[in-house]
Design a protein around this ligand. Structure first.
Ligand code: PGA
Length: 250
């Protein structure tokens, strides 16, 4: 049982059609219950569904975010891209930046830094993803990688009040494997320590992402330093997503 606010970010990745939106009515009902009043639910569907989600969730406590954005602040000849101004204009509150799937396809720390700056200037909250890959973990480089991703990604950003970190070890995403309790706790504490040095803010949120499911969420919730979860695969299944929220508060 927890009394703290907990985030549940549903990252639908490149999944979902308009017909899937109906099912989220059940999450809306759940979010109205007193028992789950501390659940902060954010849906991040693909761009194609953002507007439908914003409409559907308008009068609810559930918020909507995009999964990425272009680093430009103005319109321009960038085929296939969407900037943070457009995302904000649509009624979204959040944007995921730095997801490892985008880092793998070319997002550097420098580009991520630009995207974060621009998105903050457009009053979006940032879900800033970071984490080590398997090789880095094996070579004991996790802390070095995390520090570098934070320092470069948040370079020259003074106000990090609207930045929420999502710690996502790359080897854990979609693999069914989650870090051991102590390893996870230490890494979350390490991230919080760096952020506390960077900013006077005491209350910086750090989420965990990577193979979160109804079976492991209870154990993961026992780490009090985790402020919530970024959920990929399991968030696309309505029963699993609801179960994850329920089990966190039971
Ligand atoms: P997963 O994805 O829950 O499917 O492991 C998490 C993520 O990529 O954010």
């Amino acid at each position: 049982m927890t009394n703290k606010y907990k985030y549940f970010v549903a990252n639908w990745k490149m999944f979902g059609e308009t017909k899937n939106i109906k099912s989220i009515s059940r999450v809306i009902e759940l979010s109205k219950l007193r028992k789950f009043s501390k659940a902060k639910i954010v849906y991040c569907p693909p761009y194609t569904l953002l507007y439908e989600f914003v409409k559907k969730l308008k009068k609810t406590k559930i918020e909507v975010g995009a999964q990425d954005c272009h680093e430009a602040n103005t319109n321009g000849p960038f085929t296939g891209s969407i900037n943070s101004k457009m995302i904000k204009n649509l009624g979204c509150k959040y944007v995921i930046i730095g997801h490892s799937e985008n880092r793998i396809s070319g997002d550097t720390n420098e580009l991520i830094n630009k995207k974060i700056k621009i998105s903050l200037s457009n009053n979006l909250k940032i879900l800033f993803c970071l984490g080590e890959n398997f090789k880095e973990k094996k070579n004991n480089k996790t802390k070095r990688i995390l520090a570098s991703q934070i320092n470069k990604g948040l370079k020259n950003i003074k106000n990090i009040e609207n930045v929420i970190i999502s710690y996502e070890p790359v080897w854990s995403i979609g693999s069914g494997i989650v870090p051991k309790h102590n390893e996870l706790k230490n890494n979350i504490l390490f991230i919080k320590k760096i952020l506390n040095k960077k900013s006077k803010l005491k209350n910086i949120k750090v989420l965990y992402g990577g193979s979160v499911n109804p079976k492991n969420v209870k154990d993961l919730s026992k780490i009090p330093q985790i402020d919530g979860f970024l959920i990929g695969g399991a968030s696309q299944n309505i029963n699993k997503f609801i179960d994850i929220i329920k089990k966190t508060f039971n």
